[in-house]
Design a protein around this ligand. Structure first.
Ligand code: UDX
Length: 460
């Protein structure tokens, strides 16, 4: 099928490249000329494992093209995916102006009937508004538009694998033709008819993808409902960690046992610095706003947000307590991205922590395997050093803020010998307190007993 993708951000790029890989002809567009120039030059403006391979293969097979001209992308397309940003307004409500703007451009460029698919995360009822906007903007041409909602559940860092092996494909439609078109678009995924770039030589067997056909309103709710629930699980684990700290219990042991109940599940129960990124915080805010607008009391989600914000304060309290005076202390920061395997720093808890340390006039040196360039743009004047060992050299404390595998695998004995004071705050509970103690560190994490070389761990 001929597909257009509008918006070459994270979702648009993964969607466009992967759909081209499954045999469709995709033209992707964006209103940022620099982004389009980068893509046309065969480079990706984001860090996403495996996506470069998919993009190169699809481009070489002439199934993927980038253009700065939205009309060029839309003109010959049978279906159009809207993947533009819906950032939060000051009120927490999603800003839908980019979608409105795109609707205008689609209507102006279309001379034949199109299926317009919302892929951006949008509040309920956006589909109705979008259909109305398309028909109003296109009233002089007589072209009709079908609207569908097809939320994505891609996780940054594993988005390519998630696209090819989804748990579910949700399509919210209002007519059979839209359902038929969406089934055709996703047929290669449902039938495993593509060359998987993630699993070589073959994909794991036995995974089943559910294809769920719903109303547009339900599809729009599903994404917000999923992300809010994930945030809720994380905040639950974080409060549990606070309680474990008070009682001398270990949150990892508790969540492991709790998560073995299949009704609960182990995932998203990792306590630590809390959730960030461009999806969870913004979707929870938008969901709260939506519920309020509809007169439904979802204050439970406000609590989730509050608990999440408090994680930064709690880490700062631990730092202050151990360092006594923060001003002029040399602090090394490991991890700036909001989670590993991405260079995304939007709403990253690590960036908030660095700002707090800056405001207390600590001397900071920070590192991240891939996010330094992006961090430089929001933390001007900060010292960034790629080599984690150099970050540790002469430091009074080291803060682990993103759970990169690279950091787990560091030579912590060498780090111990490099630091002025062997003090580590592991805000992601990545390392073993016992191992850190045996090296000689004073080691603090969340919801697990603090250890120092002088204070033996009781192994029960
Ligand atoms: C999320 C959803 O998972 C995905 O389905 C949706 O399409 C987009 O939003 P993403 O933003 O990539 O994906 O990140 P995710 O893996 O969900 O992690 C979000 C944040 O939660 C990260 O900051 C992570 O460090 C944190 N987290 C995650 C925890 O603090 N504890 C956990 O147990 C899990």
């Amino acid at each position: 099928m001929r597909l257009a993708v509008i918006g070459c951000g994270y979702v648009g790029l993964v969607t466009g490249c992967c759909l081209a890989e499954t045999g469709h002809d995709v033209v992707a567009t964006d209103n940022d000329p620099n982004r389009i120039a980068t893509l046309k030059a065969g480079r990706l403006p984001i860090h996403e494992p495996g996506l470069d391979v998919v993009m190169q293969r699809a481009s070489a097979a002439s199934r993927l093209r980038f253009t700065g001209d939205c009309a060029d992308a839309v003109r010959n397309a049978d279906a159009i995916f809207i993947c533009v940003g819906t950032p939060p307004l000051e009120s927490g409500e999603a800003d839908l102006s980019a979608i409105d703007n795109v609707a205008k451009q689609i209507a102006a460029a279309s001379s034949s009937s199109k299926l317009v698919i919302e892929k951006s995360t949008v509040p309920a009822r956006t589909g109705d508004q979008l259909r109305r906007a398309l028909n109003v903007y296109g009233r002089s041409t007589g072209v009709t538009f079908r609207v569908a909602s097809n939320p994505e559940f891609l996780r940054e860092g594993t988005g390519v694998g998630d696209f090819f092996h989804p748990d579910r494909i949700v399509v919210g439609v209002e007519d059979e033709e839209s359902e038929r078109l969406l089934r055709e678009i996703y047929k290669p995924i449902l039938e495993g008819d593509f060359c998987c770039p993630v699993h070589q030589p073959g994909c794991p067997e036995g995974r089943v993808t559910s294809f769920l056909v719903t109303t547009i309103a339900s599809a729009e709710l599903i994404k917000h409902a999923s992300n809010s629930f994930l945030g809720l699980k994380i905040s639950y684990a974080n409060v549990l960690a606070d309680l474990c700290e008070k009682l001398g219990a270990n949150v990892d042991e508790v969540t492991q046992a709790v998560g073995l109940d299949p009704r609960i599940g182990r995932q998203f129960l990792s306590a630590g610095l809390g959730f960030g990124g461009f999806c969870l915080p913004k979707d929870i805010q938008a969901f709260i706003h939506l519920a309020e607008r509809e007169g439904v009391d979802f204050s439970m989600l406000k609590e989730v947000e509050k608990i999440n914000k408090r994680r930064i304060d709690q880490l700062m309290e631990k730092v202050r307590e151990a360092l006594w005076v923060v001003k002029d202390k040399k602090i090394g920061v490991l991890g700036l991205a909001f989670k590993p395997d991405t260079d995304d720093i939007r709403f990253a808890p690590a960036i908030d922590v660095v700002r707090r340390l800056q405001s207390e006039r600590a001397v900071i040196r920070a590192s991240d395997p891939v996010a330094i360039e992006r961090a430089r743009t929001v933390l001007p004047g900060m010292t960034f050093i790629q080599d984690p060992y150099e970050v540790a050299r002469g430091a009074d404390a080291l803060l682990l803020l993103t759970e990169w595998k690279e950091y787990r695998e560091l030579d912590w004995r060498l780090i111990y010998s490099e630091m002025a004071r062997p003090l580590v705050f592991d805000a992601r509970n990545m390392l073993s307190p016992k191992d850190m103690q045996s090296i000689g560190f004073e080691y603090h994490s969340f919801g697990r007993p603090d250890v120092s070389a002088a204070m033996p761990v009781l192994v029960g």
